[in-house]
Design a protein around this ligand. Structure first.
Ligand code: HEC
Length: 279
């Protein structure tokens, strides 16, 4: 009876955690339990910890495929610099390409992707396809912030070459800011039009900056941002084309917008206290 309950629990754990690595853990457990059935409670705790460790995608996964070729460089094809709500999958997969010395795509090269704790990569390890590419679906962890992924491949000489890819996980406040941006700001602050939104950027005599433009936005203090968003461009001696939003948006919504602007800025928004350059 005990035996059945134990197996069900493990089955459930397997479902949640998934992956070939976990299967490995379960096999190990079965063996241990067969050898020493009387210490089941102790094993229960140990294996739970163990399987959590094993379930993390990692380069040392026992199912690592064998490379049939190797390249000289690894480059990003697409999928970097995305934003997504914490713990949710990125809209686009991350695609990297392995090239040889001449810049030609290499098929069958081993690629390993790693991320900070909590990142889920599906798959984390694999071989490049016929176009030299390796594709992984990425979910960021539950902590808001910048997540740096490292994709690596090994050259003929046995040297590891790395590629850094950055993604951004938005917490509750930044998500709210992102939605407000879509609703009120993006039509002027984003040059690109989408099927849902035609950009107004080209019609503006004075050009606003995209919120990712850290060079400009990082020089503005939180007080500056609050002032221009609440009272419009003239609050900072800027163009009245930047309208006041203090009547439309609440204080906490303006804070959410600022949290979003700080989170997506590139280069990243650093320590406060940077002096704002007057125009
Ligand atoms: C109708 C177009 C328009 C909309 C909508 C708009 N802005 Fe602006 N914004 C501008 C313009 C134009 C400037 C540049 C003013 C200048 O440099 O004189 C600007 C400037 C700014 C600046 C200063 C940094 C920069 O880009 O130069 C911030 C911050 C800002 N806007 C935030 C917002 C926020 C937040 C929203 C949405 C709540 C928003 N804007 C909506 C047109 C707009």
């Amino acid at each position: 009876m005990k035996r059945t309950a134990w197996n069900t629990e493990l089955g459930f754990g397997g479902l949640v955690l998934g992956g070939a690595a976990l299967q490995h853990c379960i096999k190990g457990l079965r063996l241990m339990r067969a050898l020493a059935p009387e210490v089941t409670p102790v094993l229960c705790a140990t294996v739970l910890l163990f399987s959590l460790g094993c379930s993390r995608p990692s380069a040392t996964s026992p199912s690592t495929p064998k490379a049939t070729a190797s390249g000289a460089a690894i480059v990003e094809s697409s999928g970097g610099k995305q934003t997504a709500e914490v713990g949710t999958p990125l809209a686009q997969p991350v695609v990297v390409q392995v090239n040889d010395e001449q810049g030609n795509a290499v098929t069958g090269a081993l690629v390993v992707i790693r991320g900070p704790n909590g990142t889920y990569l599906d798959p984390a390890v694999g071989l490049t396809d016929s176009s030299g590419q390796f594709t992984s679906n990425v979910s960021l962890g539950t902590i808001p912030g910048r997540y740096q992924l490292t994709a690596s491949t090994t050259t003929k000489a046995g040297k590891t070459v790395d590629l850094k890819i950055e993604e951004i996980a938005l917490g509750y406040q930044e998500m709210l800011g992102s939605q407000l941006n879509d609703q009120y700001c993006a039509r002027c602050h984003n040059q690109e039009s989408t099927p849902e939104r035609v950009s107004n950027y080209d019609n503006l005599e004075v050009k606003p900056h995209p919120f990712t433009e850290g060079e400009t936005l990082n020089k503005m203090t939180d007080a500056d941002l609050t002032a221009i968003i609440s009272h419009g461009g003239p609050a900072l001696n800027k163009s009245p084309l930047m309208a006041p939003y203090g009547y439309t948006l609440s204080k906490s919504e303006i804070q959410a917008l600022i949290a979003y602007i700080r989170m997506v800025s590139d280069p990243p928004y650093g320590a406060p206290g940077i002096v704002y350059a007057q125009k």
